[in-house]
Design a protein around this ligand. Structure first.
Ligand SMILES: [Zn+2]
Length: 446
């Protein structure tokens, strides 16, 4: 081989090397023909990842403690209705349902089967649902824990909204028919906390009220509570101003013994209490979960409850020690919302999103999240006894199946388009389904 040829060969090899490294380094805008194959390879591996369900309401339909509020009628999105044909697949998979429709006659079989299993399995009934879906542990975001949920598998997240409504709520209740349902339930929750703490009436001064709140948080934490939850967007706007303690104290003094606060006064008081609660969440290492999506009912105000209205709180350095979990990821504003997770103590949870959206659509949202802050996203189902056929059991199934398939599809595209390697993709899958959430509760969940 003469020198010329050697040179030419070296030059050619160098060009090849440069081209191939460009091909490896440069992501492509379209997935290749290998995407289905990659998906087929990823899905079984993803199914083997034990899940931590970061947001769920496990329980039976007749259990009033499944949530601190009740669902107003109507407005269920297409996939959440009892007409969803996927529910037949859920019933087959979970209970061996023998029919191919959910006619009232056939549905009786399912109701009967669940009743039998509930009786025979007792405390392991819901644990066996988790086993079937490879969920290792699930949050139980409930008013109170149920004795039929095994505490080894279900960890309590308790509600704190009721501390925002201690006064005469006549005016609040009359605002619309939904508040008519919600506010009395908040009052009921408030009285349960009072009962728990041995408080028979509102403390005479504001300092006493704040210490009642703190005692409740501390006791709930001792009783196994791992986080506090706000569903406050259902009851008032999600923007919180920054009043002084003196302002809040004056309102407390005025109304602790009666009288109906005007809306502006009540909001100011609530702004202060909300901030007090999250500050205590930082001190006690109790992460703060906030409902941040659209809500059910005809009167849920979407512009008032837009997740972006929380931005002043999430980016406030005074709360840098508070872990915030944005439950439902700000849906349907999840594409903007993921940028709130740029703040180091803010996390996004995808619960409800993968139940309302079909996997084809959820895949796109999840992919955008995975491509932005993959270490800040967590999985949840928002399972809930929605109706007779879409129970907590079936909604666990629907959430898990949807998330796993959408995750495998999103990652398969990302691999095929040269965005991540297969090993990195599996790491992201572990993070989303388990590791990212578990890391927020050191020593408390696994
Ligand atoms: Zn929920």
């Amino acid at each position: 081989m003469n020198l010329m040829i050697v040179r030419r060969t070296l030059c050619y090899l160098f060009t090849l090397y440069v081209l191939s490294s460009i091909a490896l380094a440069q992501a492509r805008p379209l997935p290749g023909p290998d995407v289905q194959q990659i998906y087929n390879r990823l899905l079984p591996q993803i199914e083997k990842i034990p899940i931590f369900d970061h947001h769920a309401h496990p329980g039976f339909a007749d259990d009033p403690d499944v949530d601190a509020m009740a669902a107003p009628p109507g407005s269920a999105a297409l996939r959440e209705r009892d007409t969803n044909p996927e529910l037949i697949a859920a019933a087959k998979s979970l209970f061996g349902y023998p029919y191919d429709d959910l006619s009232p006659e056939h549905a009786k079989w399912l109701i009967q089967k669940k009743a039998e299993l509930k009786k025979a399995q007792g405390v392991s009934y819901f644990s066996s649902i988790l086993d079937k879906l490879n969920i290792e542990q699930s949050v139980a975001n409930r008013a109170m824990m149920a004795d039929y949920l095994d505490p080894k598998r279900f960890v309590w997240v308790f509600f704190v909204d009721s501390f925002l409504w201690p006064f005469n709520n006549e005016q609040e209740t009359e605002r619309n028919p939904d508040q008519n349902v919600f506010i009395p339930l908040q009052e009921k929750m408030f009285h349960r906390w009072m009962q728990q703490e041995g408080v028979s009436k509102l403390p005479p001064d504001f300092a006493g009220y704040l210490s009642f709140i703190t005692r409740t948080l501390e006791d709930n934490q001792k009783r196994g509570g791992i986080a506090m939850k706000f569903e406050v967007a259902y009851f008032r706007p999600l923007h919180f101003d920054d009043p002084t303690r003196e302002q809040a104290e004056a309102i407390y003094k005025k109304h602790a013994n009666g009288g109906v606060p005007v809306t502006a006064e009540y909001r100011t008081f609530q702004d202060y209490i909300f901030r007090y609660l999250i500050q205590e969440g930082g001190r006690l290492r109790l992460p703060v979960h906030v409902h941040s999506a659209v809500g059910i009912g005809d009167y849920f105000n979407i512009s008032d409850s837009n997740i972006m209205r929380l931005e002043n709180i999430l980016r406030d350095p005074r709360y840098a020690n508070v872990t915030f979990v944005m439950i439902h990821g700000g849906y349907p504003l999840e594409r903007e919302a993921i940028w709130l997770a740029a703040v180091k103590n803010v996390y996004m949870d995808s619960s409800l999103m993968e139940i309302i959206m079909y996997p084809s659509e959820f895949k796109a949202s999840l992919k955008q999240w995975l491509e932005t802050f993959p270490d800040k996203i967590t999985f949840g189902t928002d399972c809930f006894p929605y109706n007779e056929v879409l129970g907590a059991e079936e909604s666990y199934w629907l959430g898990v199946q949807s998330a796993r398939t959408a995750l495998a599809a999103a990652l398969a595209e990302m691999i095929s388009m040269g965005e991540v390697t297969e090993a990195q993709a599996l790491q992201l899958a572990h993070g989303y389904l388990h590791d990212n959430a578990v890391a927020l509760y050191p020593g408390k969940v696994h």
